[in-house]
Design a protein around this ligand. Structure first.
Ligand code: SER
Length: 319
């Protein structure tokens, strides 16, 4: 077990909840403090309520547990963010500034800041979008991630703070529910399939998006955070690819388990957001710098999702 003391902010979220468990396995139960604005029933271990807008509260928790690393996952995502642009900007940016400042003042060893495929806009190559493509996002969430990437790099260059980041594709997992994102359909669709209900998809059938299976996303995050500092050549954020598929392709993959599964397409405002994002991204820099390699393709993901969700619904029907 290692000496670091870790604080996860946003630990009740889709990625935060799974990441917290993975960090506890690797660093020890007593060395990982989960925190979120909402109280948690899911975290039997150390938990503190933190509102990211409250810098003093972050500092207090950091002092109390002698925190050396922060994973800052709290943010308002792409679709939900459009309902209240200024509030989204405030939460996403002030939250990050509070974390970066506390980390700088307390001379923390490392900070993780998640970025997203939402940093890209309409004017990039849609397939195989490169690491250094022009960033002109159309959502306030994407704008906050571009600014966040630049501030992360600034804190590294100016203060030597070791901030690391990946641009997550849509993350798909059975362990937790997403909230407020444009890629959320790719999780919901499995829940409907396993319950043998038809699914109404909010994107068009032929909309390709970059996605990644949760196991790969978590492993990639931990591998980046574990890499020796001289290997981390990108201090804004690394493109991280898993797979790419359309709603129709995921439906076909699910139909090899549930041949009668029905999907209705009812695109809403999220279609426009999806249309502004890449169809797939190119991640050779992550592969080269810290040996990134995804393990799951669409069919492997489908098999694993269905296996675990069937267990989950079987258990919940018994209780
Ligand atoms: N999954 C996120 C969203 O859809 C992308 O980062 O907003």
């Amino acid at each position: 077990m290692r000496k670091d003391k870790i604080l996860v902010i946003g630990a009740n979220g889709q990625i935060g909840s799974v990441l917290t468990q993975a960090l506890r396995r690797s660093f020890g139960e007593d060395n990982v403090v989960a925190s979120d604005i909402r109280d948690s029933e899911n975290h039997p271990g150390l938990f503190e309520t933190i509102n990211v807008l409250d810098a003093q509260r972050i500092a207090e928790v950091v002092d109390r547990y002698h925190i050396t690393q922060v994973y800052h996952l709290a943010a308002i995502l792409s679709a939900k963010g459009e309902a209240n642009p200024l509030k989204t900007w405030d939460i996403n940016m002030s939250g990050l500034f509070n974390v970066l400042e506390v980390a700088r003042e307390k001379r923390m060893a490392k900070v993780f800041f998640p970025s997203s495929i939402a940093v890209f806009g309409n004017d990039v190559p849609r397939y195989g979008t490169p690491q250094n493509a022009h960033l002109s996002p159309s959502t306030v969430y994407g704008m906050s991630k571009v600014a966040g990437e630049l501030w992360s790099q600034y804190y590294f260059q100016r203060y030597g703070l070791d901030v690391r980041s990946v641009r997550y594709p849509g993350v798909v997992g059975y362990q937790s529910d997403p909230g407020g994102g444009t890629t959320d359909y790719a999780v919901e669709i499995y829940h409907y399939a396993v319950q043998e209900k038809p699914y109404q998809c909010f994107l068009k059938n032929n909309t390709p998006l970059p996605m990644i299976y949760m196991d790969d996303a978590i492993r990639g995050t931990l591998e980046l955070m574990d890499a020796s500092s001289d290997k981390v050549s990108v201090r804004t954020s690394y493109n991280l690819a898993g797979m790419s598929f359309t709603p129709e392709e995921i439906t076909n993959s699910i139909r090899s388990f549930y041949p009668d599964f029905k999907v209705l397409y009812q695109p809403d405002f999220r279609q426009q957001i999806a249309d502004s994002w890449p169809a797939s991204i190119e991640d050779s820099q992550a592969r080269q710098d810290w040996n990134w390699q995804p393990k799951y393709d669409l069919d492997a993901m489908t098999a694993d999702m269905i296996l675990h969700l069937k267990e989950k619904y079987a258990v919940s029907s018994l209780t």
